[in-house]
Write a protein that binds this ligand. Sequence first.
Ligand SMILES: [Zn+2]
Length: 366
Amino acid sequence: MIDLPGAGFRSLGQPAARRMALRADRQRGGRAILVHGPSGAGKGEFVDDLLALAFCTEPDASGRPCNACRGCRDGRARTHPDLVIGSPQAWREQRGTGESIVAAARRWLLDASGAPVVADRRVVLIESADQAGEAVQNALLKTLEEPTDRHLFILVADEPARLLPTIRSRSQALRIGPVAHAELARHLVEARGLPRDQADTLARLASGLPGLALGYADRTDLLEWRRRTQTRLMDLLGRGPADRLEAVRDLLDEAGPLAAGQPAASEEEPEARTPAAVQRAAAILVVEAWLALARDLAVAGAGRADLAPGTELTPDLGSLGARIGPERLAGMIRLLERIVDGLRDNAASPRLALERAMLSWPRTGS
Ligand SMILES: [Zn+2]
């Protein structure tokens, strides 16, 4: 396991962003930080750490955030008197009668640039900064251009490309990305009390994004579906082509509602979820569950059941995996990987892709 800098941080992973934040803290100058990364990556938790760091009164910089002082506590609770929080949505709601959102944002920015009362500087946190229109961003840019060492601006954005280049160039960008699989799985065990195999599966399923993984953890229907699908696939090992082709339709039908209700990979175009897109997402879910099963069978069949997350659900994975044999499983894993890539690239028909996989799924005989 890699050694993470910043012992007082409570968010997961992010060694590079932590290092940059700690360095910026040691300089304690007025500056702007841009925290960006995909939805579900844990930007909110990282900002909590930044707020604790900014308000921490521990004199020794290497011990910050100490998580014991008043500054840390109030920073994390977002109740510190020197913290002001705004967002395009809040400015829209705060508009006076007949006032434009730009005017409301300017008024807010003017208030926000007042002097700190308790700490040595004020922290101005702007959530969803990338959702601000150009005029509001220009007002923000003006504020960022005024020299100050008594203000720290923290901008949060899913998509930094939607910010003015001049805002980006005035900010230090901290990217919040996927967390190492083992660390995320451990967190799911601790935070949700999940069994290790499920935590493992979820971490993999969420591609390392903690928010997404926790969302899955709260959706037990997805886990139950996965177990059902994998059981069905194991049963199909003993069946012929007719049963297999018939199963393709069932598998797609069952995964459809889950795929439709899944948090979209991109929030950008929710309208892109057409029936065809849902069917594609359903096929990807099926193939991912299948791939996980094939990998577990291969690992368990080779005598390493301890490394196969699915073993806790199906104790005889080992004997089944051994019966199919490592070569056939390796071939199947390669095929499923190609199929899932093709589905993601929109290059394959979901139905045909699953039929192809089904006919290549080894036959164990009865
Ligand atoms: Zn502290």
